[in-house]
Design a protein around this ligand. Sequence first.
Ligand SMILES: [Cu+2]
Length: 657
Amino acid sequence: MNLSVQHATPAHGLASFDHPLDPLSAAEIARAVTTIRDHFAWGDDLRVETIDIDEPAKEVVRSHQPDDPVQRIARFKIYRRGVMGVWEGKIDLGAGKVVAQAFKPDARAMVAIEEVLLIEATVKADPRFQEALRRRGLLGELEYMCVDPWTVGNFGHAIENGRRVLNCFVWMRTFPLDNYYAHPVEGLHALVDLATLEILRVEDHFEASGDYIPVPRMPLNFDADVLTEFREPSALLDVVQPAGAGFTVVGNKVTWENWDFRVGFNGREGLVLYTIGYTHGGQRRPIVYRASIAELVVPYGTTERSHYHKNVFDHGELGFGRMANSLTLGCDCLGVIHYFDGVVPTLFGEARTIKNAVCLHEEDAGLSWKHFDVRTERTEVRRARRLVISSISTIGNYEYASYWYLHQDGRIEFEMKATGIINTAACRPGQPGRFGAEVAPGLVGHIHQHIFCARLDMEIDGPNNTVVECDTAALTPGPENPYGNAYAVEERVLPTEQAAQRNVDFDKMRYWKIINPERKNWVGRPTGYKLEAGSPVRPFIHPDSPSGRRARFIQHQLWVTPFNPDERYPAGEFVNQSTGDDGLATWSAQDRPVENTDVVLWHSFGLHHLPRPEDHPVQPCISCGFKLMPAGFFDQNPVIDLPRLRNEASCCACAAE
Ligand SMILES: [Cu+2]
């Protein structure tokens, strides 16, 4: 991962603003930091968690004209080295003034990559850690030890009270380029206080018994410089658009086919899409005001040793955007690509530009529609293409690749691909225990889930929407159902927040629609979109357990709240070592009305994952996601107007054909 700092250099894409929703540029982050430094006067003790755009009110955005002056407000979360708590506030960038501030004494800032990198050397220098290695006969390999700090959650352990801490897990290389996740040093942990970098405790789970689980030594690698055998490359497959890309990018605004939207990016959520609209019949129709993946939690299912701590929130504790990769042309992205950079602050308050953080390109999407008329023997067939907006984040051992797809027919689709390296532990060969699967001899992957939460701020045909649950039921055989075949969809408005906490129900083929009750289609029905929850996850962690409390959003696949600009993240604003008192469940307890108003949908979805041997040493992408499908939004098939074309570059594989 490239972590180099680039100072306030103008870059393409997200570097300068011309619209109220544009992300902060490097120059704006630099100005925010200067303002913070002057205001707080902490000198070198300033630590920055977050500086991003304070999104203006929707009325401002909706009425914005190209030459309107834009008031730029930055939100910040900062702390002072060695002091518990976080200051949050706002800066008027034009005036260069802090205009709001509040101190949250119990809040712990997110963990920064700069902190993670410092910890390894500190732990390895600790005599208690070295002594634990000596007991295992591993001290001679100290230089090959890899110390990964993990967030600890909140189990009420006295030693963690009032401190911002991380708990380390240990792996080792057996040679410099080796995949260390194949070699866990099981049962050895160091608890680090981030304020002082003090090692509070070195924990050796086998010290008392002396019965150590040995480090599995079999090399299992994926680096091309280590592997010796490769299959023959297949025939060339180039994605070529001789006339260039089909989309237009102006600043952060993208126009493609009938779609237009704005690209955003911030340190916590990473990629954000704003003001997604579809123009049809000369009229632009709004669909989604703002879409992002706002949280992710990975609850692990094992009680063993320190593994029960593993319940990481990769957005709220680490930041998806801050961990975004610089994407590589021809590797991550194939075809005719437009890149957007992302700009995030570093821990020390510099603007870091992540080059090529967001990729935009078109893909062939197979068949759009077809019909062969058997009487006239005429065929009408149209091919589809889709626009892909993507970003990839590396969080420790794992990669998450986010893909938003816009389809010509009005569908919006999200796909999360999970790849990278599963989190490993060591076991005695043949004895992975109850909570995991052996993926290689002596190497276990524990059962876990990856549960994401999409925040979908909807505006179907205007700001006021209603969410409707659609269940299918069979009629009781009898007078109403004389042939026993009858079944029908029954719709039910979800009127309040409590009533709108809903789960997938296979027995009812349940789905949800977001409708605009004031706009009707040509058959007199409200215009709407359907949420197709394609990857529901039934959580197994107890909702009132220490980790379950902090991740209540996973208990329902659907939540609906009235729009509130301060309700951004479903597990709460400050997630690191949180209690679970903030977030979706707390807000929704107010049971506010959500009918015919400005609503936000929260959709939990993800992956249920007992690792397979095939997931190691690096996991082929597994994916999950959801779809937003027009459902009575259009009066008829919106791609009936696709021109009849034939791809002239296509040819038959066999010359004789
Ligand atoms: Cu997994």
